[in-house]
Design a protein around this ligand. Structure first.
Ligand SMILES: CC(=O)[C@@H](O)[C@H](O)COP(=O)(O)O
Ligand SMILES: NCC(=O)COP(=O)(O)O
Length: 249
């Protein structure tokens, strides 16, 4: 039997494509089902306040999909802890929430929390979320100082923002330097007793060297690069390719 996967497929881009028309396809639920059947560990969505891709109704549908058809898989919700987002978390109780410091206008996530500055907010929402029996992960920059504070604020995991690493796709030397920062942050998180996730601009190319240096990585959530590959290979085959890149199969 193969190892349980570390891959959570982010389906934001599927929703974005669907939202071009007032029609229900491509179906976020059907493509998530294909990803889970193909061996992904979970589905990640980042409903943004303007619902430009994932809508509140998608969250309800995905929660039902996983509860009814894939009870051993996970739904991860990502977002800024606004009252609206917290209401969504309380209602649907995903397996994991990733709190990000994004403002409503932000195009995509491009930095982790400043935990010194926003410690009071982060610790309050973390406490509340754990009372709902939802695992809390905090989005942090690749900075080995961040994990200890994240642990003190009550987080169970961190997700290391890998955008700067992903952005070095054409520069091996800079990529190695960025990767070293991610790995050092992961090691600091592990030492602080946190589970370590990573995400943003991960691809089939940049995953293998990262995973080789971070065998303790618990989860990667991948959407943009995954969807680009899925347009070529299809969803199920792309899950297989990413699982190969993760060294799982
Ligand atoms: C937290 C993170 O890195 C991802 O959620 C990423 O920001 C995807 O969001 P978009 O699909 O809206 O770009
Ligand atoms: N948490 C990161 C995520 O869900 C997907 O990010 P990306 O692969 O779309 O950059």
């Amino acid at each position: 039997m193969s190892e349980p996967s570390r891959l959570s497929v982010n389906v934001n881009a599927v929703a974005m494509l669907r939202n071009r028309r007032d029609l229900p396809w491509p179906s976020v639920v059907n493509l998530s089902r294909i990803a889970l059947q193909a061996g992904a560990k979970g589905i990640t969505v980042h409903p943004r306040p303007d619902e430009r891709h994932i809508r509140k109704a998608d969250v309800a549908d995905l929660r039902a999909l996983i509860r009814d058809e894939f009870p051993d898989k996970e739904l991860c919700l990502e977002g800024f802890p606004s009252p609206d987002f917290m209401e969504l978390v309380e209602r649907h109780r995903p397996h994991q929430v990733l709190y990000v410091p994004d403002d409503p206008q932000q195009l995509t996530s491009d930095h982790g929390w400043d935990l010194e500055r926003h410690g009071a907010l982060v610790s309050a929402v973390t406490r509340q979320t754990k009372q709902w029996d939802v695992r809390v992960s905090l989005f942090v920059n690749a900075d080995p100082e961040a994990p200890e504070l994240a642990a003190r604020l009550g987080a169970e995991r961190i997700e290391i923002y890998t955008g700067p690493y992903g952005g070095c796709y054409d520069d091996a030397e800079r990529a190695a330097a960025e990767r070293a920062r991610v790995v050092a942050t992961g090691k600091a998180a592990k030492a602080a007793g946190l589970g370590v996730n990573a995400g943003h601009d991960l691809t089939l190319e940049n995953l293998p060297p990262l995973v080789a240096e971070m065998p303790f990585l618990r989860e990667v959530s991948i959407g943009h690069g995954f969807t680009a590959d899925a347009l070529i290979y299809g969803f199920a085959e792309t899950v297989r390719l990413y699982r190969v890149a993760l060294g799982e199969i």
